[in-house]
Design a protein around this ligand. Structure first.
Ligand SMILES: Cc1cc2nc3c(=O)[nH]c(=O)nc-3n(C[C@H](O)[C@H](O)[C@H](O)COP(=O)(O)OP(=O)(O)OC[C@H]3O[C@@H](n4cnc5c(N)ncnc54)[C@H](O)[C@@H]3O)c2cc1C
Length: 500
């Protein structure tokens, strides 16, 4: 069977891993539009911040694919699908026949219609203006940021704030322009957003909320951003970070049904053509296009089962946790965070608001189970509420202890049952990490090599370190400490004698 994969990003790479782990008689060809192969896109903001080495983000080298008999053609933009003839065409005229076609084309940045932003009719941006989606974008921004004194980021969502924080660590003063009255309004309720704003202000990043960028000033290069108020923010660097939209261009051209993304069934097959599958940021399943890596990986695994087994795999949607990767801001948001139905039967909303210390915790509990939470300003609380959310078990009656990060039975990473997922992106359980440690893995990096834990969004590094620190001989030790190292140090350092 010939399987052609369009796109060589995170979903495609995971699909190939799943497929080649279990396949015989499958001929796989991967066609990637970016020139240099597959990398962990999630780490780009860490590269921008200087927290992660650029050459540490690659996923697999050519040898890995060769060993698995996978043909990879990077730098080929697929321009058309001929479903009747079962082949795809590349921009260079090359053609590839398929029995199954997997679309993993990801997303494209939303670029709002700001006057003067586009430099020419071809759509390129004015010098000094950037989007932030690919490694090439990251490298271009890094080069420009070296000389920049004043940067403006348009967009105060997750990506905008991560970029703003990363840039601010590199020197320029940074201001964020956000259309909504609240930062990260898709993930936070108004109280949480207000505390976040204060935290961001204290980091020296100015926020212009309920503000629209109307025009970019500058003839050959950006010199400022004109706001809807009429005032201008002077800048020599501008980043547009207004989210992404699924890239459905190929699917639409091939008359596959799309809405926001390519419409797929529970087996990740196009609802129009069962020989075409779509996964990751380009796919829309049951009305949701996630734009996150954990669902992309889950969908890739289901798609591989569908292709291999002949019997369709089954994807029923993902429960997602969003974490902000910005130094000095610990923030996790998950599930239902908006509702305030204090008097709805079975619903409890418990909050701690401490703006002076940059802390905000909100728990939404339905019938005794955590169905949504925001944890801002405290890494331990973020870790324990994420665990409580994942476990879906009945919470202990004392909710206030969870708010304050006090010890909660079963929510310290080291106390997790073997079945609990620790690395949500890669579905690695606490049991698998303990097994890996038992087989000799002594560092987070070693566990990552063996299990893939931490290689998605990376937010589980401290939990993996805590599990390593609590290897059996030490598990009963009193006064066990959680890992308090930064993610990077956790990744590099061994965890000697059960302590971090
Ligand atoms: C800076 C940044 C930080 C992020 N941080 C997080 C995070 O912390 N947590 C999280 O869950 N998610 C995060 N995300 C989102 C996450 O990276 C995506 O959800 C994930 O990459 C989706 O994988 P994908 O394969 O669907 O798309 P992508 O990884 O975007 O890959 C799509 C690939 O397809 C290629 N392609 C498109 N069209 C064609 C064509 N016609 N022919 C050939 N190739 C084509 C593209 O060039 C691209 O290489 C982040 C994204 C960015 C940009």
């Amino acid at each position: 069977m010939r399987v052609v994969v369009v796109g060589h990003g995170m979903a495609a790479t995971r699909f190939v891993e799943e497929l080649t782990g279990n396949s015989a008689g499958v001929e796989v060809t991967v066609l990637g539009g970016e020139p240099r192969g597959s990398y962990n896109r999630v780490l780009l903001t860490s590269v921008l911040a200087g927290d992660y080495p650029r050459d540490g983000i690659w996923t697999h080298d050519a040898g890995w694919y060769r060993d698995r008999g996978v043909t990879v053609r990077d730098g080929i933009q697929v321009t058309g699908i001929d479903r009747a003839a079962s082949l795809v065409t590349g921009a260079d005229g090359s053609r590839f026949g398929y029995d199954r076609l997997v679309l993993a084309t990801g997303g494209v940045p939303n670029v709002p219609p700001v006057a003067g932003l586009r430099a020419d009719r071809s759509g390129g941006l004015l010098a000094g203006c950037h989007t932030f989606q690919t490694l090439a974008d990251c490298e271009a921004l890094l080069a420009d940021a070296r000389h920049a004194r004043r940067a403006v980021v348009v967009g105060g969502g997750v990506l905008g704030l991560e970029v703003a924080r990363a840039l601010s660590e590199r020197g320029p003063t940074v201001r964020v322009v956000h259309r909504s009255g609240a930062l990260m309004d898709a993930q936070l309720d108004p109280d949480g957003a207000a505390v976040l704003r204060r935290t961001v202000d204290e980091l020296g990043i100015g926020c212009h909320l309920s503000t629209v960028a109307r025009a970019v000033a500058g003839r050959d290069r950006v010199t400022g951003v004109v706001l809807d108020s009429g005032s201008t923010l002077d800048c020599d660097l501008l980043v547009v970070a207004c989210g992404i939209k699924p890239d459905t261009a190929l699917a639409t051209g091939a008359e596959l049904a799309t809405r926001r993304g390519v419409l797929v069934d529970d087996a990740m097959r196009s609802v129009t053509d069962q020989r075409v599958l779509a996964i990751g940021d380009c796919a829309e399943h049951r009305g949701r296009a996630y734009g996150l890596v954990e669902p992309a990986f889950e969908q890739a695994a289901v798609a591989a089962r569908t292709v291999l087994a002949g019997a369709p795999g089954r994807y029923s949607g993902s429960r997602t946790v969003t974490r902000l990767k910005a130094r000095g801001v610990e923030l996790a948001s998950m599930g239902e965070v908006a509702p305030e139905p204090y008097d709805e039967d079975g619903v409890e909303v418990v909050k701690l608001i401490d703006p002076a210390r940059g802390r905000y915790v909100k728990l939404v509990i339905r019938n005794g189970r955590l169905v949504g939470a925001v944890a801002l300003g405290d890494a331990d609380v973020a870790a324990s509420v994420t665990v409580a959310y994942d476990r879906r078990s009945i919470l202990p009656p004392d909710r206030v202890r969870l708010l304050s990060g006090g010890e909660q039975p079963g929510t310290d990473p080291a106390d997790l049952s073997d079945a609990t997922a620790v690395c949500r992106c890669n579905a690695v359980t606490a049991g698998q990490i303990r097994t890996s440690a038992g087989r000799g893995a002594r560092s987070v990096a070693a566990v990552a090599r063996e299990t893939k834990a931490t290689t998605g969004c990376g937010s589980c590094r401290s939990a993996v370190a805590a599990l390593l620190a609590a290897r059996p001989a030490q598990r009963a030790a009193p006064n066990r400490r959680r890992c308090t190292l930064s993610d990077d140090r956790c990744d590099e350092e061994r965890v000697p004698g059960g302590r971090t």
